[in-house]
Ligand binder design. Structure first.
Ligand SMILES: C[S@@+](CC[C@H](N)C(=O)[O-])C[C@H]1O[C@@H](n2cnc3c(N)ncnc32)[C@H](O)[C@@H]1O
Length: 217
């Protein structure tokens, strides 16, 4: 994957993405459509694949980067119960975070405004956060995704999982980013860890990558 000369368009793009999701929330309310998903079933299918990162026999904490209204926290509490001992969601939309604080009752859950992940967690998750690129070029966005993955990996003690729209499509929306899973598998393998799993096994036009620090971590 070739790197762009710089990433100066990214801050402006992020402002646009923030406004897009804040507008979605105003239009649709707290449901899967406001975070860009067709329905709740496909929303939860994404969490199912991401959740395969977790070894719940050892208690764990979570960073959810681009948490929206906190749907992952609710899902993971049901899925993992008391094994999940902490959950921190980050988002650039203050309105999404207000919705998360109102909707999520999980003990130990907190929601932080911004893009910078300030604290380590055992596992970091990214669901849908990289999908919208607006006017950025594919090369700029691929470099942005790669640099964010490296930064998120640095604060992930046991593992990282993320999803992207797939390049294996026959039609593309110009404002969305379609990642080639082979490129990002390579990025993860070369820059993050030896232990990388690619899942491209749902009817969604998306794939998920799981990265572990150690096998079974
Ligand atoms: C597709 S939605 C998914 C929300 C959530 N992950 C889910 O699946 O329910 C993406 C979310 O990521 C947020 N986001 C996008 N870029 C971000 C960034 N650089 N830092 C933090 N949040 C971001 C958006 O505001 C939006 O709420």
């Amino acid at each position: 994957m070739s790197a762009p000369p710089d990433d100066s368009s990214i801050p402006k793009t992020l402002d646009g993405i923030r406004d897009l999701y804040t507008g979605n929330l105003a239009e649709h309310g707290v449901n899967s459509k406001s975070v860009g998903w067709r329905d709740e079933a496909t929303h939860l299918l994404r969490f199912d694949r991401l959740a395969r990162l977790v070894n719940p026999t050892v208690p764990f904490t979570v960073n959810d980067w681009g948490c929206g209204y906190g749907a992952m926290c609710v899902d993971f509490e049901q899925r993992f119960g008391a094994a999940m001992t902490g959950f921190t969601g980050y988002d650039i939309s203050r309105e999404m975070l207000d919705a998360a604080r109102a909707a999520v009752r999980t003990p130990g859950a907190r929601f932080v405004h911004g893009s910078d992940v300030t604290e380590e967690a055992d596992y970091t998750f990214v669901s849908g956060t990289f999908n919208v690129k607006l006017e950025s070029t594919d090369a700029e966005w691929a470099a942005y995704v790669t640099s964010r993955l490296e930064a998120l990996w640095a604060v992930s003690r046991r593992g990282l999982a993320f999803n992207l729209l797939t390049s294996y499509v026959d039609w593309k929306e110009p404002h969305l980013f379609y990642g080639d899973p082979r490129d990002f598998f390579d990025v993860c393998k070369r820059r993050l860890s030896k232990y990388v799993t690619l899942l491209h096994d749902t009817p969604l036009y998306e794939w998920t990558i799981l990265v572990h620090r150690e096998p079974g971590a």
